[in-house]
Write a protein that binds this ligand. Structure first.
Ligand SMILES: Cc1cc2nc3c(=O)[nH]c(=O)nc-3n(C[C@H](O)[C@H](O)[C@H](O)COP(=O)(O)OP(=O)(O)OC[C@H]3O[C@@H](n4cnc5c(N)ncnc54)[C@H](O)[C@@H]3O)c2cc1C
Length: 439
């Protein structure tokens, strides 16, 4: 009998969502998280309205809504010249018409607490030490617990929810293929991670004294990057932005200087941030790639959230994809566990040995195929669309000016595009977008 039905590594929104859905359905779940919560997390902290429907299903909606966050009724995109276009939050769909501005420290801690309440065994300060691979499939993980001690845990299934670092998938791939680990750890300090391979660096801090419009998330485009200013709890604004690694290196990795000399080349940002001061320490992370990975990277292992695909942050839909992806992975795993249980029940009726709720080896391949197909159906269209939009986001300033001007011409087109960056199925992904821009 394995220790757990499912082991989930990573306690962000994808991991917590998967854990809560699975435990609520009766599965024995272990969730391991490297940090102790609450912890600050580099993110725009714009929680799009559709997330609130997920919070309701996860049993945390009332808590999230009373946590002191801000209502965000629109996102305003500013070209470098200051030319603007607005996307109302209600266009995204969902039960509420406004998005929520709430720190990740608060949001993630509430989700993790809920996981404990529904019976998940949550281990904080427990980083991945290794992946157990037997018979060509993942059978569990080992974790650093209580400082230096390493302990192994076994399960029928494992979910990698460690974010862009894909810690479990990389380990499993290395175990299975004997490949050398090349990717780096995700969380780094300012100035530490601006080496030649890194194209972009993202920064984030909570500011006081910023003068963004009330109830608005403001996105600023500037040469080599973009950034977002969004209200959060306590009257603060969260500023999160990208800059080219070369620009960051030239400024010695000094986040405040990069903000002044790179981001504030955007005319609107120069107005709103002229008196702003960081009231938290700056976080910085190297971003080497966007887009998709294999959602079923090894037999017995599923990936959810950023570990499966990193959607471009200007869409403000990464957390939505993490919550949705966690639910999708939970669904797939739950069906596999149910199938294994009924197989066992049948065998014990026939007086044969049960197989300990462990699917048969050949079932892993069809499960992986099923999950990849479900993943593509749910997320494929929006990931492809965002891949195209990304080119515009990082294009030279003249293109950003043109894009803001062109998209400003049609509210219907903007609405269709906004929906398509987060729509539920590949069909809906393109249905809402008119074939051409209307004048
Ligand atoms: C610059 C930037 C701005 C963004 N802004 C927004 C926004 O405004 N709105 C939005 O919706 N999305 C935004 N996103 C995207 C959003 O942050 C992610 O999509 C979301 O956090 C993904 O959730 P996750 O649970 O998959 O991963 P994460 O939130 O990254 O959680 C992974 C968890 O795994 C833990 N972990 C990692 N490695 C290990 C290990 N080895 N062992 C144990 N635990 C481990 C980490 O500590 C972490 O808690 C932004 C992203 C970036 C980079």
């Amino acid at each position: 009998m394995p220790d757990f039905d499912v082991i989930i590594v990573g306690g962000g929104p994808a991991g917590s969502s998967a854990a809560i859905h699975l435990a609520a359905g009766g599965a024995r779940v272990l969730l391991a998280e490297r940090e102790r919560f609450p912890r600050a997390k580099l993110c725009g902290e714009f929680i799009s309205p559709e997330c609130l429907g997920h919070f309701a299903r996860l049993g945390v909606l009332a808590g999230m809504e009373s946590a002191g966050g801000s209502q965000v009724s629109e996102t305003v995109f500013y070209a470098p010249s200051g030319r603007a276009l607005s996307v109302p939050s209600e266009w995204f769909g969902g039960a509420r018409s406004a998005a929520l501005g709430l720190s990740r420290a608060e949001m993630d801690a509430r989700l993790l607490r809920r996981a404990r309440e529904v019976g998940v065994c949550v281990l904080e300060e427990s980083a991945l030490a290794g992946v157990t691979v037997e018979g060509g499939r993942v059978r569990g993980v080992s974790l650093h617990v209580e400082g230096s001690r390493v302990r192994e845990y076994r399960a029928a299934f494992t979910i990698d929810a460690t974010g862009r670092g894909r810690a479990v998938a990389r380990r499993a791939e290395r175990e299975l293929k004997g490949a050398r680990e090349t990717a780096k750890d995700e969380s780094v300090g300012v100035g530490n991670e601006t080496g030649a391979r890194t194209r972009l660096v993202a920064f984030k801090a909570h500011l006081e004294g910023a003068r963004g419009a009330e109830g608005a998330c403001e996105i600023y485009f500037y040469p080599g990057g973009y950034g977002g200013l969004s209200p959060v709890e306590g009257g603060a604004s969260n500023l999160c932005f990208f800059a080219g690694a070369r620009d960051v290196r030239a400024r010695g990795g000094d986040a405040a200087r990069v903000m002044r000399e790179v981001l504030m080349r955007n005319r609107r940002a120069a107005e709103t941030l002229s008196n702003a001061e960081a009231k938290t320490r700056w976080l910085a992370v190297a971003v080497e790639s966007f887009g998709r990975r294999d959602p079923a990277p090894a037999p017995g292992l599923f990936a959810a959230g950023d570990a499966a695909a990193f959607i471009d942050p200007f869409t403000g839909s990464g957390m939505l994809m993490a919550l949705e992806g966690g639910e999708l992975a939970a669904d797939c795993v739950r069906r596999a566990l149910d199938a294994a249980r009924s197989h066992d029940a049948r065998r014990s009726r026939e007086n044969a040995h049960p197989t300990s709720q462990d699917p048969k080896a050949d079932a892993y391949d069809s499960l992986a195929r099923e999950y990849r197909a479900a993943y593509d159906e749910r997320f494929g269209a929006r990931l492809r669309l965002c891949g195209m939009l990304r080119r515009a986001a990082f294009a030279p300033s003249a293109f950003a000016e043109f894009a803001v001007l062109a998209l400003g011409a049609s509210a219907r087109f903007r609405r269709g595009l906004a929906r398509a960056t987060r729509s539920g199925s590949s069909k809906a992904g393109s249905a809402g977008i008119p074939a051409r821009i209307e004048r």
